[in-house]
Design a protein around this ligand. Sequence first.
Ligand code: TRP
Length: 346
Amino acid sequence: MCYNLSIKFEGDIMKKRILSGMRPTGRLHLGHYFGTLQNWVKLQDSYDCYFEIADVQALTDNYDNPEKVKNNVREVTIDYLSAGIDPKKSTIFIQSMIPEIAELTVFYSNLVTVSRLYRNPTVKTEAKQKKELFGNDGESITYGFLGYPVSQAADITAFKGEVIPVGEDQLPLIEQCREIVRKFNHIYGETLIEPNALLSENKRIKGLDGNKMSKSLNNAIYLSDSKEEITKKIMGATTDPKKLRKDDPADPEVCMVYSYHKLVNPNVEKVCSECKEGCRGCVACKKELIAAMEEYLKPIQEKHKYYEEHPEVVDKILQEGTAKAREEAKKVTNEVKENMLINYFN
Ligand code: TRP
């Protein structure tokens, strides 16, 4: 039997299914928002979207800190919702509450060699970054961490996700999923859908210090930062180091403050020309950015406050989304088991 779950009929329009997710390891920042979330929000109308809170994946490198993962499940859900993910349009679910994903992970693990996992560029980069956890040589890397691309393939295929909106860093994981799907279909018969990555148009967002914005580098502005926090962070952001005096002309392209003006300030052209001409001091420029940022984040922060004050609403969204997602994953898993000849009494 072959269900085609990836298509949702809405009137006469067929909607393809989207599956994506994030690890609940911290509050979401502007890098997540402009790099990923904004794109998800736009896609909600044209696709049947499933957005995962990837707590099992978060535990692969946070297995010794379960409180952190637990606390961030709701935190990240609130960030999804505040950024504009609409539970009436999209399904938000918790990975660990779909045991079928774990089942599929076990089945797929036979289809992937250990050396292929070691060669996965995303795994390699992450293992290097986490030297403290896995040792310098990577030999002490855990089975769970090495295998997380297999579990991510289970996340995607459990829902017959066809379109996977992700950042560039995730491409090797999507490729690995495609290989698993091809191998599965070849051995057990046409069952799973080969997904395609959809890269978001937005470029990487730089942090306050000019490196990639990231929690671990402590250079991020969070969607839920207070006015005081945002003010402090922007006042300390890196500007053109060659600009020494208030009326020196400068290069906005090397200035982090300008990079954020581009994202949130409608008057960005004026900011650029005044900076180049040397008639804009950095302090005034930062103050203007603080006001623009505050204005931009206002609707997001209002929703954030609402959901924070109504945890029962957040829980209901998660419970309903997870129940719906589980039904979908069950259908695919039954089909997978049937084709693997392990559905004994059906
Ligand atoms: N690996 C992704 C990240 O670190 C999160 C993720 C988990 C994901 N499962 C997924 C992304 C499935 C896309 C599809 O951000």
